[in-house]
Write a protein that binds this ligand. Structure first.
Ligand code: 3HC
Length: 277
C-alpha cells in the first residue's frame, strides 16, 4: 500500500502490500489470492494457532491450484507455492498493524452484511474507506463486490476496482445496502429452501438435486449453507431481521437456529444439514 502520496499519485500507484486483519476462511483466502498475484501480505489474528491453521489452509489450497495450473510441471508448481508462501507473513500484534494502518492510503473492509458506512464512521479517514466483498472459496470465485459510501472518494473507489482486477477478479459496483447484490439475493433464497423443507415440501437431498440440475447451481442450498457456515447464514439473517422484522424474506428459521445452537455449523464442524468425515 502506498504511503504519503498526493491523491493523483495515489490514483496512479498500484497497491503492493496488503494487511489483512482476521485469518479465518475469508482472510486466508484473500491473503492467498493477494500473495499469488505478487502482493506482499501481512495476515493478522489473535493467536499463533489461528495463524498456523490459516497458513496451512493456504498451502492446501495452493496445492489444489497448482495441480491444475502446473499439471505437466510439478517442480514449477512447488516453486510457485514456495514463492507465494514467502509473500505471506503473519502477526498477532494487531496494535502494530493498526499503527501501520494510520499511515495507509486506503482501508478496505471485507464484510458479508455490515453497512460499510457504520464501520467507516469509526475511523477519521472516511474518504479513504471502502468495502470489498469476496466469496467463498476466495481462490475460485471470480467476483468481488466493491462498495463505496457517500463519503468514499473517487480515488479510493477507483483503487478498489483496480486492486480487485490486480487480484484477477471481476469487480462489480454496489451500493451500501444490506447484503449488497449477491447475499441480498442468495441468503433469502437459501432461507426459503430451509423453510420449504421445514414445511415438509421436499427433502434436503431432493431440494439440492433440484437446484443443481434444474437451475444450474454448482451446489444446492443445503450444501451451500454447510459450506459457507450455518452460523454465518444465521448471523446475516438475524441482522436483517432485527432491522426489518416485518419482512417475511428475513424471517428466522427454527431449524437453522436449532442447528446453530447445537454447534452444528456445517462442514467446518463436521456436521450441519449433512454430516462430514
Ligand atoms: N482452493 C483451491 N481450489 C479449489 C478450492 C479451494 N478452496 N475449492 C475448490 N477448488 C478447485 C478444486 O481443486 C477443483 O479443481 P479441478 O477442477 O482442477 O479438479 C475445482 O475447484 C472444482 O472443485 P470440486 O471438483 O471439488 O467441486 P466443484 O466442482 O463443486 O467446485 C466450488 C467447487 C468452486 C466450490 C463450486 O461448488 C461452487 O462454485 N460452489 C458455490 C460456491 C458459492 O456459491 N460461493 C458463494 C457463497 S456466498 C459467500 O461466500 C458470501 C459470504 O459473505 C457468505
Amino acid at each position: 500500500v502506498c504511503r504519503g502520496l498526493s491523491s493523483s499519485a495515489v490514483r496512479a500507484a498500484a497497491i503492493k502490500h496488503v494487511t489483512i486483519i482476521g485469518g479465518g476462511q475469508m482472510g486466508a483466502g484473500i491473503a492467498q489470492v493477494a500473495a499469488s498475484t505478487g502482493h506482499t501480505v501481512t495476515l493478522v489474528d489473535t493467536s499463533d494457532d489461528i495463524l498456523k491453521k490459516a497458513v496451512k489452509g493456504i498451502e492446501g489450497s495452493l496445492k489444489r491450484v497448482v495441480k491444475k495450473k502446473f499439471a505437466d510441471k510439478p517442480e514449477a508448481g512447488e516453486e510457485f507455492i514456495q514463492k507465494v508462501l514467502q509473500n505471506v507473513s503473519v502477526s498477532t500484534d494487531a496494535g502494530a498493524a493498526a499503527q501501520t494502518l494510520s499511515h495507509l492510503c486506503f482501508i478496505y473492509y471485507n464484510t458479508s452484511s455490515l453497512p460499510i458506512s457504520d464501520i467507516a464512521s469509526s475511523t477519521n479517514r472516511l474518504d479513504r474507506f471502502g468495502g470489498l466483498h469476496f466469496f467463498n472459496p476466495v481462490p475460485m470465485m471470480k467476483l468481488v463486490e466493491v462498495i463505496g459510501t457517500s463519503a468514499t472518494s473517487q480515488e479510493t473507489f477507483d483503487s478498489l476496482l483496480n486492486f480487485s482486477k490486480a487480484l484477477g477478479k471481476t469487480p462489480v459496483s454496489c451500493k451500501d445496502t444490506p447484503g449488497f447484490i449477491v447475499n441480498r439475493l442468495l441468503v433469502p433464497y437459501v432461507l426459503e429452501a430451509i423453510r420449504l423443507h421445514e414445511r415438509g415440501h421436499g427433502s434436503k437431498e431432493d431440494i439440492d438435486i433440484a437446484m443443481k440440475l434444474g437451475a444450474g447451481y454448482p451446489m444446492g442450498p443445503f450444501e451451500l449453507s454447510d459450506y459457507v457456515g450455518l452460523d454465518t447464514m444465521k448471523f446475516i439473517m438475524d441482522g436483517w431481521n432485527e432491522k426489518d422484522p416485518d419482512n417475511p424474506l428475513f424471517a428466522p428459521s427454527e431449524m437453522l437456529n436449532k442447528l446453530v445452537a447445537e454447534g452444528k455449523y456445517g462442514k467446518k464442524t463436521g456436521e450441519g444439514f449433512y454430516k462430514y468425515k
